[in-house]
Design a protein around this ligand. Structure first.
Ligand code: NDP
Ligand code: 8X3
Length: 250
């Protein structure tokens, strides 16, 4: 039975790879993002599969509510929500970081995720089924220099995921917080605002995670028996560990 899968951030990275994977599995995919050209390309690439593309900014509350309220009837019964839209902006220390970057991360990673989730919840609750994947990050659990507000937004996503799951007791709705480590997508290009050399350095000298690694895990979780809920899944490249706690010496 094909499922209906709403994916935010489907124009790149994890979201795009999830769109490919679920669509090729025969599921109905609603792929969303801000970049219309990317959505058009994805629609063309997946033209043999059941894909609806919708262009909206997750931080625009009205646009989110309207797009989900007016879904064509074929796509209304959302079974799976993948909240992948998100970003880090800058890697400056807190005193140097731009307040506008902080605001955009909060608007996207926190408020945007909340708007989409709130819009989808009634659909899942009415049908007493559903699966919500939230893209958290290792940055939500493990502090690092320059991670300041980005990490804090992902800590929000983690705790919100657990609290949401708690509130949804008895509804059969599953919630998983997916917490990847370093993954080579457009993430660092965005973080370094188009400085592709700086972005490339992040992934030099080791094998980072790639988008299909995370999409595969999400797809696997989505196919687990209905009585199984993975609360959180922290995934790193093998080369990445927690080593490196810093001591400032005299
Ligand atoms: P990408 O930059 O490759 O993809 C990010 C996606 O988010 C794009 O499709 C972008 O689409 C979308 N997006 C950003 N802002 C908005 C917005 N305001 N409204 C709608 N869509 C938006 O990064 P990843 O795929 O790597 O990241 C996906 C998620 O995973 C993010 O939440 C990120 O924080 C998280 N993550 C990433 C890790 C990594 O190392 N790559 C590790 C851990 C977590 P568009 O620009 O078209 O709107
Ligand atoms: C992305 C992973 O470590 O670059 O969330 O913050 S990290």
């Amino acid at each position: 039975m094909p499922r209906t899968v709403l994916i935010t951030g489907a124009t790149s990275g994890f979201g795009k790879e999830c769109a490919r994977m679920f669509a090729k599995n025969g599921d109905k995919v609603i792929a969303t993002g801000r970049r219309a050209d990317r959505l058009k390309e994805l629609k063309e690439e997946l033209k043999d599969y059941d894909v609806l593309t919708l262009q909206f900014d997750v931080s625009d509350k009205e646009a989110v509510l309207e797009n989900i309220a007016f879904l064509p009837s074929k796509y209304k019964n959302i079974d799976i929500l993948i909240n992948s839209a998100g970003l880090a902006l800058g890697l400056g220390l807190a005193p140097d970081a731009l307040i506008e970057d902080w605001e955009q991360m909060i608007d996207t990673n926190i408020k945007g995720l909340l708007y989409v989730t709130k819009a989808v919840l009634p659909i899942m609750i009415e049908r007493k089924s559903g699966y919500i994947f939230n893209l958290g990050s290792i940055a939500g659990s493990w502090p690092y220099q320059g991670g300041n507000v980005y990490g804090a937004t992902k800590a929000f996503v983690e705790q919100f995921s657990y609290n949401l799951r708690t509130d949804l007791k008895g509804t059969n709705i599953r919630v998983s917080n997916i917490e990847p480590g370093a993954a080579k997508t457009e993430f660092s290009d965005v973080r370094f605002k188009g400085d592709s050399q700086e972005a490339a350095k992040v992934y030099e000298g080791y094998e980072p995670l790639l988008a299909p690694d995370i999409a595969n895990l999400i797809f696997t979780l989505a196919n687990l028996p209905l009585h199984v809920n993975v609360n959180s899944l922290e995934v790193m490249p093998t080369a990445q560990t927690w080593a490196g706690l810093h001591v400032e010496k005299n």
